[in-house]
Design a protein around this ligand. Structure first.
Ligand SMILES: *Cc1c(COP(=O)(O)O)cnc(C)c1O
Length: 413
């Protein structure tokens, strides 16, 4: 790939066609285009309207529980310092998105999109979901605002994630198992896009990550940026300066973009994204689109994808259903090309180790997704000086993963 010249700012994208360099855009059927343009205009209007911002803040505070704390992970810091050379071992902080209502960062974005759907007068909400976290967050806000909710979920995931399917139904949502393709997340997203073109007048499509056609990647990023904005403020209050590094796991990349974006032009801040390496990137069984994929077009945007030799989308594998997506948000593809963010990957095995470490040392059972980032914290922190301030985005709690992890550790519940 050719490297683009370093821009004056990393925060100006996307351009008017929704591109981040050669990535992003809106590669959609002609029939979908009017809907996308409508949405783009409605979002621009909302963004300029102080009452929209006031609603975001009010529900963010009273319904989601924001701001989430920035927490000094003292025992993990000391544990890793004990393994580091003298005078080394970063001071580690968790941005505690796992404390949000519904248990992850997903709800920040859903709140924004549901408030937007209300402004647009759309009574029917559709969503895709993989592990079910985005589906649960969407069903939750639809219940809160009395909107009809339809969630598309791959038939394989419906079986793997039975508790979340039950949750969505309890909240009044209709869950439609998708039988096409590999019957997982990418097929659910295809099906949701199909629904949208057939129900143009009354339906709003609530996408769960920084993917899809423009304006979704930028809009979802904006709604998640509350994570980074709060982190900046909280770190200034706690330590009197900016952090030295940020680290977050990447499925589609929304929790990571939310943390990273407000810091992109603070060039002294190192930024790390962590993809799921599954059984190892060499094994072919992984979900590391940047580390092990190549550029192509899927779900309306150009980005890095997992593909076979014929250009067909390949299956993603990860221990964590929430990272099991064969693509990555286009802004990440661009930040990777620009060299502003360093992308690493963590295997299933490394992730389980980190999952245990965080539970035992901090009394916080993390979701398997951020446990990938924790695995890289364990590697990076000992290489940094003791005054280095490192922030990990703890994107979700591990309750949903307990049955799966118990099974892996050979325990019956
Ligand atoms: C869905 C999910 C992710 C992955 O999605 P991103 O868009 O990459 O943030 C990460 N962590 C948790 C807890 C999730 O539920």
């Amino acid at each position: 790939m050719t490297l683009n010249p370093a821009p004056n700012s990393f925060r100006t994208g996307p351009d008017e066609r929704g591109r981040f360099g050669i990535f992003g855009g809106r590669f959609v059927a002609e029939t979908l285009m009017p809907l996308i343009l409508d949405l783009e205009k409605a979002y621009a209007d909302a963004k300029a309207d102080p009452s929209f911002k006031a609603d975001m803040e009010s529900y963010g505070t009273h319904y989601i529980g924001r701001p989430s704390p920035l927490y000094y992970a003292e025992r993990l810091t000391e544990h890793l310092r004990a393994q580091a050379p003298a005078g080394q071992g970063a001071k580690i902080f968790f941005k505690r998105e796992e404390l949000n209502h519904t248990g992850s960062h997903k709800v920040n974005n859903v709140l924004g999109q549901i408030l937007l759907a209300r402004r647009m007068g759309k009574p029917r909400i559709i969503a895709e979901t993989g592990a079910g976290q985005h589906g649960v967050a969407t069903a939750t806000l639809c219940a809160r605002f009395g909107l009809k909710c339809v969630v598309y979920m791959g038939a394989v995931d419906v079986e793997r994630q039975a508790p979340n399917v039950f949750r969505m139904k309890m909240l009044g949502a209709e869950v439609i198992p998708v039988q096409s393709g590999t019957r997982t997340l990418k097929d659910a997203m295809n099906e949701a896009l199909r629904d949208w073109v057939t129900n143009v007048s009354d339906t709003f499509y609530c996408i769960g990550t920084v993917a899809g056609p423009h304006p979704y990647p930028a809009m979802v990023r904006d709604f998640q940026s509350v994570i980074g904005i709060e982190t900046k403020q909280q770190m200034l209050e706690m330590e009197g300066r900016l952090p030295d590094s940020l680290i977050a796991c990447i499925g589609g990349g929304s929790n990571a973009m939310g943390l990273f974006h407000p810091f992109l032009d603070d060039r002294e801040v190192e930024i790390y994204g962590v993809e799921a390496a599954g059984h190892g990137v060499q094994s072919g069984l992984h979900a590391a689109s940047l580390t092990g994929g190549r550029p192509g077009v899927l779900h309306g945007n150009r980005t890095f994808l997992l593909m076979n030799e014929d250009g067909q989308i390949a299956d993603a594998h990860s221990i964590s259903a929430g990272l099991d997506y064969p693509g990555i948000g286009p802004e990440h593809a661009w930040l990777h090309e620009m060299g502003r963010v360093t992308y690493l990957s963590a295997t299933d095995t490394e992730t389980l180790e980190a999952f245990k470490l965080c539970s035992m040392l901090e009394g916080i059972i993390p979701a398997l997704e951020p446990a990938h980032a924790l695995a890289k914290v364990a590697e990076l922190a000992p290489t940094k000086p003791a005054e280095h301030l490192m922030v990990l985005n703890l994107s979700g709690r591990g309750d949903k993963d307990i049955p799966q992890v118990a099974q892996i550790f050979g325990q019956t519940l």
